[in-house]
Structure formats: C-alpha cells, structure tokens
Design a protein around this ligand. Structure first.
Ligand code: PGA
Length: 307
C-alpha cells in the first residue's frame, strides 16, 4: 500500500474536524488539493474512508481504523522528534552550576567524567557560601545548585546524592588527639576557629552547640575552608569542617580528627533547583548522573586520602 505522510495528515485533520473545508484551512491547502490527497489515499486503501449524509461527512469503519492508526503513527513520530531534540541538546549546550564553597572539593572530580562523556557541554561553575547561593537560587540564575542543606523558606526540589559528615579537626600534637571519647563541653572550652557568617558549615556547627546549650569559645572567623585548615595547622585552635575538605592532611598526619561525642554530624549533599523550573536536558542528565554515579566517583577520588 503506497501511502504518504502528507495523505495521512490530511485525512487526520478531516476526521478530527469533520470537514474538508476546515481541514484545508488548518493545513493552508486548497480544497481541490485536499480532495485529491483523500482520493489517492482511498485508492491506496481500496475502500471508502468517508461517507457523506446530507451535508455531514462520517468516517466509515475502515476510516475509523485508519484514524486510530494515524494517531499512533503521529504520536510515535512526535516521540522520535523529542528524542532527536534531546540528543542534539546533549551534544552541545550549557550547564550552569552554582555550588557551595565546600563542594568545590569534589564537584570538579565529578565534572571530569561527565564532560568526557558529553564533550560538547560547556560548564560554568560558580562557588559561593550558603547565603550567596540562596540569593542566586532566588534569582533563578543557574541550572542547578549544590548545597549542604536545602533552604526551608523557598519552594525547591531537592535530592540528596552523597553523605557530608562534619568532623572536628585539631593539629597533630593536640592533647585530645587519639582520645577514645571527647565530650562536647571539653570542646566548647577550646579556642575555636569559625567559618564566616553566612556559611552553611558555621550554621551546622552552631546548631550542635546551641542544641546542648553550650557557647563556642570563638578565637577567630575565617572566610574559607582552606584558611581554617591552615589556622588549625598553625596551632590557632580547633574547628569542625566537612570531611570532604580534607585531602591529604589527615593521611600525612598534619591534621587529626577528634572523637567528639555528637560528631561526625551526619549531613548530606543536595542537588537543588527552584520548584517548577523546567530543567534543560543537560541539567537533567547531570542531576541523574549525580544521583546514580556521584557516590562511587567521589569515594574513589578520596580513596587513599584517609590514613
Ligand atoms: P558553606 O556550606 O560552604 O557555606 O560553609 C557548606 C555546607 O552547608 O555544608
């Protein structure tokens, strides 16, 4: 049977609209062209597709069968078109990520294999503390956000994809190093180095001490994880940071993790975006990649950095 897509398109419009005139208008075709297409289609099928009663046209039984088949054909062509668009979309395009400072330690490790898999994807990575990330999220400036805690006052969709334990760090020669159990009041007395206001790490640390009604003996405030680590090594005090900020400092013995009650604080990393945001195919693919492969890749990146 020799049937063209054009003939099916004309037939579908007439069947749906119940009129040759309206079908010709919708398809921007002349009436004789529409009639000609239907005649050719009827010849190809070998049976009448429409019958006219008075001024109205009706589908014959064969016409109804063809109508169902048409819908199937057009639906699957539409799906195919979407797949092609998706594949083209993944070949090239932008992925705008905004990640919280602490995530800068492992997000680049995750981006490596992703960019190798999709070489046409151009990634921009912005790194800010929690406060600034939340501002950007409110202003809908990026595709995806990586945070240590989803915001409570903004409608967002979020998925946790990795653990984010918060550990207490001290210099190697610290008197509490190696102790089996250190209490929270003991820690509260020691000089403590804090991240800057607006930091998610700071919020999480503060929450632990607040919960136990203990005040922190704050020695100094520093604006980055690296500065905090250097200050601990310099003997200025102790602090609590995400274990992901540790690369080789623990393996080489420059920093030690203290066994403090209530620690490690169990937290997670989340991939977050405003509720209702239509994610691009690239953003969706990266989100699914984090959820499915994030943990394995980060674990292997950190293997060997632990004592
Ligand atoms: P921060 O946040 O980098 O702003 O401290 C990290 C976190 O929330 O875990």
């Amino acid at each position: 049977m020799h049937v063209t897509l054009r003939q099916l398109e004309v037939f579908e419009a007439i069947a749906r609209l119940g009129s040759f005139t309206r079908a010709s208008e919708e398809l921007f075709l002349t009436q004789p062209t529409v009639s000609m297409q239907i005649k050719k289609l009827t010849d190809a099928v070998g049976l009448p597709l429409f019958e006219q009663v008075g001024k109205k046209i009706y589908m014959t039984d064969v016409g109804k069968e063809l109508f169902t088949a048409c819908r199937d054909v057009f639906a699957s062509l539409e799906r195919f078109e979407m797949t092609v668009a998706d594949l083209q979309g993944l070949k090239q395009g932008q992925l705008r990520l905004a990640v919280i400072t602490t995530a800068e330690y492992f997000i680049p490790r995750l981006l490596g294999p992703f960019c190798q898999r999709y070489p046409g994807v151009e990634v921009t990575l912005e790194v800010f503390n929690r406060e600034r990330i939340l501002q950007r999220l409110n202003d809908n400036m990026d595709d995806l956000y990586i945070l240590g805690q989803p915001p409570e006052d903004v409608a967002v969709t979020y998925y946790s994809f990795l653990e984010n334990p918060l550990v207490v760090l001290a210099p190697r020669d610290h008197p509490l190093a190696g102790r089996k159990r250190v209490t929270l009041p003991q820690i509260a007395r020691l000089p403590f180095i804090m991240r800057e206001p607006g930091s998610g790490t700071r919020q999480a640390v503060q929450r632990v001490f607040d919960h136990h009604k203990l005040a922190i003996n704050m020695r100094m405030e520093l604006g980055s994880n690296e500065a905090v680590k250097q200050a601990i090594m310099g003997g200025l005090g102790i602090s609590a940071l995400s274990r992901h900020t540790l690369t080789f400092e623990v393996a080489t013995g420059e920093l030690v993790i203290l066994n403090v009650e209530e620690f490690p604080v169990r937290r997670s990393w989340y991939v977050v975006y405003p509720s209702g945001k239509q994610l691009s195919i690239i953003a969706r693919t990266f989100r699914d990649y984090l959820l499915n492969e994030g943990k394995t890749i980060v674990d292997s990146a950190y293997a060997g950095t632990r004592p």
